[in-house]
Design a protein around this ligand. Sequence first.
Ligand code: JFZ
Length: 480
Amino acid sequence: MKTLRGRFVCLLLLVSILGIGMSARAQETEKKEIPLKYGATYVGKRQDDAMKKFRENRLGAFIHWGLYAIPGGEWNGKVYNGAAEWLKSWAKVPSDEWMKLMKEWNPKQFDAQTWAKMMKDMGVKYVKITTKHHEGFCLWSSKYSKYTVAHTPYKKDIWGELVKAFNDEGIDVHFYFSVMDWSHPDWRYDIKTAEDSVAFSRFLEFTDNQLRELAERYPTVKDFWFDGTWDASVKKNAWWTAHAEQMLKELLPGVTVNSRLRADDYGKRHFDSNGHLMGDYESGYERRLPDPIKDVQVTQWDWEACMTLPENQWGYHKDWSLSYVKTPVEVLERIVHAVSMGGNMVVNFGPQPDGDFRPEEKEMAAAIGEWMRKYGECIYGCDYAGLEKQDWGYYTRHGENVYMVVFNRPYSSHLIVKSSKGEQLVSAELLDGTRLKVTETARDEYHVNMPVQDPSEPFVIRLHFEKAGENGKKYREALI
Ligand code: JFZ
């Protein structure tokens, strides 16, 4: 028989056991965490509106445009196979000579509205544009540099026109910004002498000025995507990477910043020494994607991948026959692959020096747009579905709706779906509402009938699951 006192003692005992358990665990995690001044500023996914918008956008475009578009991969009669935006480095061109290209910067065909229309028709929700690539040429009229569009025959502030045109179409603008600047005398790859250190602090001040200028002049910018931050000079100045992130966030509430900017106290990049993501989203998946089975841990944080159409050309290169160029289906597969693992995908374009896009890029944008208009429901606002990957393609999820995006048509007349434990598949339909036959074949396993479809394009099936009823009990496990 339990007295009131007895019950109280029991409760006390329970609370203290729980308490000891919890504090032991807290100590354990505390012990594991190294104190960091410049590590992650928060843990887990940001859930504010700006971050949600970033995540729901899912499909973006990259635009690499700069002086490198003029030579298009060729210098003094020699064509370089490497990335065209790196030509200055491949051909070892000194900065003053490279900057003579500014005299030829006169993109007569450039029309911001045409660009915005093309991107809108492609179905991208945001565009990341190079404000300044490694070469140091600024596409906005920066007052901190002599290498800007303002000092070219074209003169006009390309930036202002672009930001306005994209925003008018409802497209978010993200700024690509290379910290590494090959044309600034104070840029250093490493800090080895006192002189380096003085020069580099001037360089960081210059960079702060440019960032502040961009944020203040174009306040509708939604994101800064940093690049050129991998050198020892930046890693030794981790404080600055934390400071730049904070400065932008103070200037532009809600702004997002990629992990590539950041280094912690120990020079560790992207993820700090405690394993926490720095910046708001991981940006290491470049021209590659996480493995759909082995790398599901990426669904725990936000991330954005980017890809080129040729093997590795970001800026305009005049000869695309030098490497394999992806087809629309291959690009779509990468977009879906990213979304199926909770990431965004950014497809790159490298406009011509005249301000127009090469025909192959126009065709690509149109093909992606056509598919997105039909099937975008399985991309925008979608996320990891939490189901076991099947050979026919990828799952995505938007709340109650689960999508099958079929890239591999089977020889059999059906597609296999395995439901999560305790859930049963109740319906499968095409996006136009056409119902497909579902057959339960084993515990948590179903066949969805293959519809007759145009074999030239991947298609989408919408699924609904419900909590499993008594039905789930009809299968026996094998005794082994
Ligand atoms: C960088 C640039 O050098 C390149 O020109 C382009 O702008 C691209 C988007 O970014 O290149 C990188 C940067 C990081 C990795 C690979 C290429 N990385 O982390 O694997």
